[in-house]
Design a protein around this ligand. Structure first.
Ligand SMILES: *[C@@H]1O[C@H](CO)[C@@H](O)[C@H](O)[C@H]1NC(C)=O
Ligand SMILES: *[C@@H]1O[C@H](CO)[C@@H](O)[C@H](O)[C@H]1NC(C)=O
Length: 198
């Protein structure tokens, strides 16, 4: 349980960067849909059901040009946890306010590329969350549901049981730099890593 939150993040970062030739290719009889690449910059509000069945909201701010992926998690009836991931492999996890905590982790890999779903295997059409979606799976790691009409993602699930449901999807939205500046105590204080477990 301890540090499992970070372990999950590491796996996500790792698997999404595997080269596509590792994907089992199938002989296709007709052209199949491919996932729409992520916009270079977007903001999404996610409703997440964790493997523990605890719930959280996430403000996801993906920014490929700036080389950062930000999740601001509102844990149900609990803390707000900032997760600032940089393309150089460093991630900052911190809370603010009373009893603020911070943990700095070097994952050694960067954020997902906009085309991280390239090479995913098409599984067909399904209805999820009330939307007709195309569904892909990549290396038994992520199941990705995209609206057939609008091509927006509706949901993605990770192998470990975490599911994310896309509530808003704002292409080109950018988080101000001031929000992602890690607080001073990230560089000075010893942390309680328990805080950051899923
Ligand atoms: C969360 O996921 C679990 C396991 O799939 C499911 O049983 C539960 O109903 C879900 N809870 C919510 C609120 O979606
Ligand atoms: C990665 O980039 C962030 C943001 O610019 C910086 O705070 C961090 O120290 C960098 N990490 C390394 C290992 O250079």
């Amino acid at each position: 349980m301890k540090a499992s939150f970070q372990a999950t993040s590491l796996l996500i970062l790792f698997f999404l960067q595997l080269p596509n030739h590792l994907i089992v290719s199938r002989r296709l009889t007709k052209p199949q849909p491919t996932p729409t690449p992520w916009p270079k910059q977007f903001h999404a509000l996610l409703y997440m059901n964790l493997s523990s069945t605890h719930l959280q909201l996430s403000d996801l701010w993906y920014d490929w040009p700036k080389g950062r992926n930000v999740n601001i998690f509102q844990k149900q009836l609990d803390v707000v946890l900032y997760d600032i991931e940089w393309n150089n492999g460093t991630s900052f996890y911190y809370t603010v306010g009373e009893d603020a905590q911070c943990s700095v982790v070097d994952f050694g890999v960067g954020i997902p590329r906009p085309d991280f779903l390239d090479g995913a295997q098409y599984l067909g059409r399904v209805v999820t969350d009330g939307f007709l979606c195309d569904l892909w799976e990549k290396i038994d790691f992520i199941w990705y549901y995209e609206d057939v009409i609008t091509k927006r993602p509706v949901r993605w699930d990770f192998f470990d049981g975490i599911s994310s449901h896309v509530m808003t999807w704002e292409v080109d939205a950018v988080l101000p730099d001031s929000v992602v500046q890690a607080p001073e105590y990230c560089f000075t204080k010893i942390v309680d890593r328990n805080l950051f477990s899923a």
